[in-house]
Design a protein around this ligand. Structure first.
Ligand code: M6R
Length: 352
């Protein structure tokens, strides 16, 4: 496999810092002067009134993270659309649709494009295959440069999609009069640090993942929590866990716990919480601990958050995906699952 691990997934997780660095090499130079955005031939940023991010599974999660850049920094309304449910979308002029698909061949995505063909719509395809069916349909295409991903579970393509989409969004923002330069510059700086943070997360979590795997090997269900920009990483962690281990997992915005899901927590229930520095999460974690739940806090680049808490950028703590991927893979291997080819699933989903 040309990597340290016997499975593709392990190597693809390992490659993520290099993939993030490749995306920066290719696109970061076009952010501050807005040239990346212009090179895509997109309408001027100030002519966009709404952004729709469209995708399935992990690619939808990448879209949600990217969408937060347009809403938080660009103050644009953003809609995240599950591709298989796109027919309920009410068209609006001056909408930028960003369709995110690793393969570019996902049937749900291609079908959604019919529902989303209305006047004054711009379609940007963000894909790992610039020759795909999706790319052919789009007004503009950006290649997320992840390289071939063989594992059915999306890992390095998620990182590549978030990095690429954020680069495009920031480039648009930098060319706009509406945007606060200081915020955009801080965001660009945070994006530039990502390869280092991914690398630190890989190293920082490597010792504790085997311990967590043993601790939770017999758990039948898992809860993933987050707040704000952390919610989508909780969602991604739950998806990886289900897909790879065949154990039940659900994610919740942490504030929703008390509205129902807290009833699931009993002695020993594993709860993984993505911490983006919103202190209300501590209250939610205390509720879980009071019921005997076992909490893993995912903050910063290692299991010990002390000294590494900083506010997450608008797209959230991308490096938080590393321990979530590592944990899902490790537990799957412990349970004797095939981590590259989970049961019932395909890499490219070309059916409805
Ligand atoms: O090729 P796509 O990005 O359109 O695929 C979308 C989903 O099928 C995909 O992300 C799926 O959720 C992954 N297997 C999750 O790891």
């Amino acid at each position: 496999h040309g990597g340290r691990f016997d499975d593709h997934m392990g190597n693809e997780i390992d490659e993520q810092p290099a993939v993030a660095a490749r995306v920066l090499d290719a696109f970061a130079g076009g952010i501050a002067d807005g040239s990346l955005w212009r090179s895509l031939g997109l309408a001027g940023f100030d002519r966009i009134h709404r952004v729709v991010v469209l995708g399935c599974g992990t690619s939808l999660h990448a879209g949600i993270a990217i969408g937060r850049v347009f809403s938080d920094l660009g103050h644009l309304p953003v809609t995240a659309l599950v591709a298989s449910e796109a027919s309920s979308f009410v068209p609006e002029p001056h909408t930028l649709v960003i369709a995110i698909s690793q393969s570019g061949e996902t049937a749900d995505i291609l079908r959604a494009l019919d529902a989303l063909s209305f006047p004054d719509r711009t379609l940007l395809a963000l894909t790992n295959n610039p020759y795909s069916s999706l790319a052919r349909e789009a007004d503009a295409v950006i290649d997320c440069l992840a390289g071939v991903e063989i594992g059915v579970a999306a890992t390095k393509t998620f990182v590549a999609q978030v990095m690429t989409g954020v680069a495009v969004a920031l480039s648009g923002l930098c060319g706009s009069a509406r945007v606060d330069r200081v915020d955009a510059r801080a965001a660009l700086e945070a994006l530039t640090e990502t390869p280092l943070r991914l690398d630190a997360a890989l190293r920082g979590w490597s010792d504790s993942i085997p311990l967590l795997t043993e601790e939770f090997a017999d758990a039948s269900g898992f809860l993933f929590l987050g707040r704000g920009s952390g919610v989508v990483y909780a969602a991604e962690g739950a998806l990886k866990l289900k897909e790879l281990t065949y154990r039940w997992a659900e994610h919740q915005p942490a504030g929703e716990l008390k509205h129902g899901p807290l009833a699931l927590v009993e002695n020993g229930t594993p709860v993984l919480a993505v911490d983006v520095g919103d202190r209300r999460l501590d209250i939610n974690i205390a509720e879980v601990l009071a019921r005997g739940g076992r909490v893993v806090r995912i903050a910063g680049v290692g299991p010990d958050p002390v000294g590494d808490l900083r506010p997450a950028p608008p797209w959230g703590p991308l490096e938080a995906v590393v321990p979530l991927q590592l944990f899902a893979r490790s537990l799957a291997i412990r349970l004797d699952r095939n981590v590259d080819k989970p049961r019932n699933l395909a890499k490219s989903v070309t059916v409805d």
